[in-house]
Design a protein around this ligand. Structure first.
Ligand code: ZN
Length: 260
């Protein structure tokens, strides 16, 4: 499968480094598959729908920084996107759903429950149901799934695309692995904010990455279960070190191939 990398949001918080919303656009036999959806055109047109946390992240209001713009730039129509696989439903990952209302959405059952039956006050701030109000087909995957790699388990949601639960950032967070033409591409979502945490190298220069303390602090502050962060970083490091595997995360622009 051909895997494209796209920027679906640029964040400029005052309290942390500039960040991006990194999404994958996968050419699959079932149509185009997005891994994460970033911000949508409606979010950037009216950031008030993101609430106070959205304002704090200060996304660029540039419609070229959406998954929809990336799909069009690749020469496809919005309708070509038939599936969206989400690492989680935070508003900086699920906003693009409203640009692809016909797409089938895949997420963990635990994440769907957290986002739709949010009883925990901070969860009401992070999830914005308006973003998936036009989505009609949501496939939910409960529990651990089947043994996958190392000690991880997962749900193969489409041939060659596996949703691997990695809880911590949210109650139902997962990473998403795609068997690409050039090896396995793993989208770690928000299981690491600073890609130096799992030993990634700069996508362009190949150099080791420096630690970014404000991003580490923000990661802890934004985590539902911060005690899981260290173990998740270790799991990502094992994946990153395996032959033929590339791990990218959602927000660190240094692991984005090309200019971000
Ligand atoms: Zn995020």
């Amino acid at each position: 499968m051909r895997v494209h990398h796209a920027v679906a949001g640029v964040l400029r918080p005052r309290f942390a480094a500039r960040a991006i919303c990194h999404v994958l656009v996968v050419e699959h036999e079932a149509g185009l598959v997005l891994v994460d959806a970033g911000f949508g055109t409606a979010d950037l047109a009216d950031p008030r729908r993101l609430g106070p946390m959205g304002r704090a992240l200060r996304p660029d209001r540039d419609p070229s920084t959406t998954a929809l713009a990336a799909v069009l730039a690749l020469g496809f129509s919005a309708e070509a996107v038939t599936h969206v696989v989400l690492t989680h439903l935070d508003f900086d990952h699920a906003g693009g759903l409203s640009d692809f209302p016909h797409a089938v959405v895949h997420t963990t059952a635990e994440e769907w429950a957290a986002a739709t039956v949010a009883t925990h006050a901070p969860e009401r701030l992070r999830y914005k149901p308006v973003q998936w109000a036009t989505t009609s087909d949501v496939r939910r995957y409960a529990g651990a799934g089947e043994p996958w790699r190392h000690d991880l388990t997962g749900h193969e949601v489409l041939p060659g695309i596996t949703l691997v639960p990695m809880v911590g950032h949210t109650r139902g967070h997962a990473i998403v692995a795609v068997e690409g033409d050039d090896g396995l591409v793993v989208h770690a979502g928000d299981a690491a904010f600073d890609a130096s945490a799992y030993g990634a190298r700069h996508a362009t220069t190949g150099k080791p990455l420096r630690r970014v303390p404000p991003m580490r602090a923000f990661e802890v502050a934004a985590s539902r279960q911060p005690w899981r962060i260290r173990g998740n970083h270790a799991a990502l490091r094992r994946l990153q070190e395996a032959e033929g595997v590339t791990v990218v995360n959602a927000h660190d622009p240094r692991v984005f191939p090309g200019e971000a």
